[in-house]
Design a protein around this ligand. Structure first.
Ligand code: TPP
Ligand code: MG
Length: 277
């Protein structure tokens, strides 16, 4: 896909996030909106996968470690054909396949169940090691959030992945600088964040994660690295695309009310002006 086509996908994903959260009346918009460009790239350009065969053994694996941001993954999956888009409106409803935190047995295509922070990277590391031992060449992608790095388990996994030289593993850090109670640097400083990964012997690629060109370049570069795992430190704006949500940690876990959703969709529609239909 072209950059423009991917950007349009990201915008569609953002619209879906707003619509589904408003319908659910709860959920986490901030982190989800910030990561829409990364997910558009993963599902429509980067990952080897087949929405019609979600269990295909040769698929690349995407582990979502910070489970609360799942609306962005659900929207990307629906857009790419894993399930009908109208199912997005069942988010968080009783009996839904789209739980408020991902439940992998409920929905094919979700690799793991997540929500308790800090665990997904360990799972991804295990999968990367297993793929190596089995002589398989699929890649493992893991999305983890910045606030999640307050969990000690993350750093055990970071250390182990480098020790085993897992170059089939690419971690994307959702570096949006917010967590549930405020700015990450106030709650628990992470900077110099990229340097920490480097000190653990990872290859680190720092990007503007809301710039599609940089996103694609980073994923391409990550595939060329050998002998060490790769961390894409994706600096993103939480709430990206919705003016009144951007940069505000208060939108970590609050759904837009109907009038707010209307305003949010207006913001997103305005970004489409001038684009070909
Ligand atoms: C082990 C664990 N502790 C606490 C929580 C509660 N919790 C959910 S999201 C969150 C904030 C994490 O920061 P981040 O993922 O960076 O938030 P975002 O950027 O999406 O606002 C917390 C503390 C949890 N899900 N799991
Ligand atoms: Mg965060």
């Amino acid at each position: 896909m072209t950059i423009e086509q991917l950007e349009r996908r990201a915008l569609a994903i953002r619209e879906d996030i707003i619509v589904m959260l408003e319908e659910a009346g709860s959920g986490h918009p901030g982190g989800a909106l910030g990561m829409a460009d990364i997910y558009a790239a993963l599902y429509f350009e980067v990952m080897r996968h087949d929405p019609k065969k979600p269990e295909w053994p040769g698929r690349d694996r995407l582990i979502l470690s910070c489970g609360h941001t799942c609306p962005v993954r659900y929207a990307a999956m629906a857009e790419s054909g894993y399930f009908p888009r109208k199912e997005l409106l069942t988010l968080r409803k009783f009996g839904t396949r789209l739980q408020g935190h991902p439940h992998n047995l409920a929905m094919p295509g979700l690799e793991t169940t997540s929500g308790p922070l800090g665990q997904g990277l360990s799972q991804a590391v295990g999968m990367a090691l297993a793929a190596r031992l089995d002589g398989e060449n699929h890649r493992i992608y893991c999305v983890t959030s910045d606030g999640e790095h307050d969990e000690g388990q993350i750093w055990e996994a970071v250390m182990f992945a480098a020790a085993r030289k897992l170059d089939n593993l690419t971690v994307i850090v959702d570096r949006n600088r917010i967590q549930i109670e405020g700015d990450t640097e106030t709650v628990m400083p992470l900077d110099p964040f990229a340097e920490k990964y480097r000190a653990f012997n990872w290859e680190v690629i720092e990007i503007d994660g809301n710039n599609m060109k940089e996103v694609l370049r980073a994923f391409h570069q990550a595939k060329q690295v050998s002998g060490r795992p790769v961390c894409i430190m994706a600096n993103v704006v939480p709430g990206k695309g919705v003016d009144f949500m951007e940069g505000n940690y208060k939108w970590h876990g609050v759904a837009p009310k109907p009038e707010e959703a209307e305003k949010a969709l207006e913001d997103l529609w305005l970004q489409k002006v001038g684009e070909p239909a």
